[in-house]
Design a protein around this ligand. Structure first.
Ligand SMILES: NC(=O)c1ccc[n+]([C@@H]2O[C@H](COP(=O)([O-])OP(=O)(O)OC[C@H]3O[C@@H](n4cnc5c(N)ncnc54)[C@H](OP(=O)(O)O)[C@@H]3O)[C@@H](O)[C@H]2O)c1
Length: 231
């Protein structure tokens, strides 16, 4: 049985990933501060639900992230896929920027994926995949909505893309594929009700893209359908 570790698993796209991987018979290790309510999905059988494990992890805490290795080893000896999905979007306009908002953005969106992947590295199988949920706002070339207030968010997602690039080289000898994937605009607390894509559609597209990734694609920045997004 394959094992996936998903951060930010209690709501939004992360909860969608949990339901998807349970329904396709993976062992799901869900990291979140609040326990996900996976029982609300009637598409998942009781047997599949027994493959679900929740670990309480706060990504603002290095100690909490590092404690995940021992906890996960108690559930599975190997990990085939990490989805660094958790994220925060700070909204501060230029003129009201604060150090705290930048720190929150970088701690959750950039540093936590780096430390979590490092903590779990010894469990990753050869040919495993490590995915960062990034954003189209991370494209410096496209520089979408520069007058909007997603500055610390965009900067932290640019940095997590560099994490994918650098980790892809460090893990190449184990043929571990590391990529950043932008989900597009998705109806969640972060994406808002006016976003064009449902969670289930986004999860369908992203999981299909993840499934088809090959080692030659490692280190790149993709949209949900697997199209390259320019740096
Ligand atoms: N939705 C979109 O349109 C969109 C667009 C581009 C990129 N993305 C990216 O896609 C990913 C998922 O987004 P979403 O729309 O599903 O967001 P969401 O609905 O706001 O959910 C965010 C998740 O991150 C978790 N999280 C935040 N801070 C955390 C912390 N300190 N420790 C543990 N978990 C923490 C939240 O847990 P709590 O409930 O405990 O806060 C929640 O589970 C994010 O990386 C986001 O940047 C989303």
């Amino acid at each position: 049985m394959k094992t996936v570790v998903i951060s930010g698993a209690n709501r939004g796209i992360g909860l969608g990933f949990c339901k998807h991987y349970l329904s396709t018979n993976w062992r799901v290790i869900a990291l979140s501060r609040i326990k996900p309510e996976i029982e609300v999905s009637n598409k998942i059988t009781e047997k599949q639900k027994s493959n679900f494990h929740h670990l309480a992890i706060d990504l603002l805490s290095e100690a909490s992230i590092n404690s995940s290795l021992e906890k996960i080893e108690g559930i599975s000896q190997s990990v085939d896929l990490i989805i660094n999905n958790a994220g925060v979007a700070e909204h501060e306009n230029f003129g009201q920027w604060t150090q705290q908002a930048f720190l929150n953005s970088f701690t959750v969106n950039t540093i936590a994926p780096a430390l979590l992947t490092q903590a779990l590295s010894s469990l990753l199988t050869n040919n495993a995949k490590v995915i960062q949920l990034t954003s189209g706002l991370a494209s410096i070339e496209q520089n979408l909505g520069p007058l909007e207030n997603f500055d610390s968010y965009s900067m932290s997602k640019v940095a997590v893309n560099m994490l994918s690039k650098r980790l892809s080289a460090k893990l190449l000898d184990r043929e571990i594929i590391v990529c950043s994937i932008s989900p597009g605009r998705v109806k969640t607390t972060m994406g808002g009700d006016e976003a064009p894509t449902s969670v289930s559609q986004a999860v369908n597209d992203i999981t299909n893209t993840i499934e088809n990734l090959t080692i030659s694609q490692s280190g790149n920045f993709y949209d949900e359908l697997g199209n390259i997004i320019p740096w």
